[in-house]
Design a binder for this molecule. Structure first.
Ligand code: GLU
Length: 424
């Protein structure tokens, strides 16, 4: 049998990490050789160049991507990242994780991800709008409610999704709210979508603390990243009675052993844009935050922040992966030996976002809208089901929790490919 020709297109540390995770999971479930590479590698990708007019009249060309990893289990699904360090390899890795995440949650979706190499903070609002619209215009032939449904990710938000929905709808000549999720409510966005990822993280943290017989009211929490996911997780965890002792953004970390007033931190961010100079605690470094003595550590920003150097120094009881891919493959090997640390792996931990995206898409397709309570009730049903299946798989095969989650996610995609057969 000839081996797959592995494209060098995606070559990067983060893509290799996603591949190594896949290989380990495929070995663990003895995935047949003939189905492995088909399941592992992204199905197709699009690279776009995006010229936009700047406010000063000049033109800048940005580069963007959309990678569709898997379309065998439904339309592809996944966010769009605007960040200066985006690469096609990173987007490909993120698209793989979307496949396993949707599969694990039992959503009728494949996996995808998009990205544009840009620091959105350096653009004016009108430049950001032109870039968002141009990106959607370029990927529109590749997108659609039954093809691939984008959503927000790091550096994008509901306003951007609104511009993208408008651009797509104009492109096809009719209103098509189901083409993206995470939209403003006025355009068919779902109640609860904005906070869904953070609420899901907090809900799972609460459930795992209960499994460990640790009362959430005496839990301390350190959160790396104070964007949409980190801040909503902080609010929800504080709402459950946990004490948030550290938060951070790219400018600084803030530590307060007596608990940070999250609402005040959010008010500060909304006026100052960054956490630097926030007086709700002492400044700390990123490494100090990650290695704090706390009950729950929540990496909620970029991938690959828990490295082999950091892993032995972690002092948390639960590592709740709100970010995608925050723990490197070699750090994982170290953490597997540290049985006192419970990991809630990314594909489970942050699945709340895409689950409510699914609800948004369903509401758009049916033109029938639910209230927030209904959305959140349905969210926890799916999270509970995914958590139970992961914990059962973990016990049954004596897997780590990450391996349990990945094997479940990968198996369903592989089964679908197997059942569909190979188109000649
Ligand atoms: N970007 C989010 C994620 O990584 C949400 C994706 C979606 O809602 O489609 O899961």
């Amino acid at each position: 049998m000839s081996k797959a020709v592995v494209s060098s297109l995606y070559d990067s540390d983060v893509f290799k990490m996603a591949c190594r995770q896949f290989d380990q999971a495929a070995d663990a479930i003895s995935l047949p050789e003939h189905i492995r590479d088909r399941t592992k590698y992204p199905r197709r990708s699009l690279s776009v160049s995006l010229p936009i007019k700047r406010d000063d009249g000049s033109v800048t060309v940005f580069e963007g991507y959309r990678v569709q990893h898997n379309l065998s289990t439904g339309p592809a699904k996944g966010g769009i990242r605007f960040h200066q360090d985006v690469s096609i390899g990173e987007v490909a890795a993120l698209s793989m994780w979307m496949s396993w995440k949707c599969s694990l949650a039992g959503l009728p979706y494949g996996g995808a991800k998009g990205g544009v190499i840009v620091d959105p903070r350096l653009l004016s609002e009108s430049e950001l709008e032109r870039l968002s619209r141009r990106y959607m215009q370029e990927i529109a032939p590749f997108i659609g409610p039954h093809i691939d449904v984008p959503a927000p990710d790091m550096g994008t938000n509901e306003k951007i999704m609104g511009w993208m929905m408008d651009t797509y709808s104009n492109h096809i000549g009719r209103n098509e709210p189901a083409c993206v999720t995470g939209k403003p409510i006025s355009l068919g966005g779902s109640q609860g979508r904005r906070e869904a990822t953070g609420v899901g993280v907090a809900y799972l943290v609460k459930a795992y603390l209960a499994d460990l017989n640790l009362p959430i009211q005496s839990a301390t929490v350190a959160i790396q990243g104070f964007g949409n996911v980190g801040s909503e997780a902080a609010l929800a965890l504080a709402g459950y009675g946990a004490k948030i002792i550290a938060i951070s953004d790219y400018t600084t970390g803030i530590y307060n052993p007596h608990g940070i007033d999250i609402k005040r931190a959010l008010a500060f961010i909304s006026s100052q844009k960054v956490l630097r100079d926030f007086d709700g605690g002492e400044p700390i470094t990123n490494e100090e935050l990650l290695t704090l003595d706390c009950t729950v550590l929540v990496p909620g920003a970029l991938e690959r922040v828990i490295t082999a150097e950091i892993a032995p120094k972690l002092r948390c009881r639960i590592l709740a992966e709100a970010a995608n891919g925050p723990t490197t493959f070699s750090a994982d090997r170290i953490l597997e030996q540290r049985e006192e640390i419970e990991i809630i792996p990314d594909v489970l931990c942050n699945a709340g976002g895409v689950i409510v995206s699914y609800f948004e898409w369903l509401q758009n397709l049916q033109n029938c809208y639910w209230d927030r309570e209904e959305v959140l009730q349905k969210l926890v049903v799916i999270l509970d089901r995914a958590k139970s299946s992961v914990d059962y798989q973990k016990r049954k095969f004596k897997f780590s929790r990450r391996l349990a989650a990945l094997t479940l996610g990968i198996q369903r995609v592989a089964d679908a490919k197997q059942s569909r057969g190979l188109f000649p």
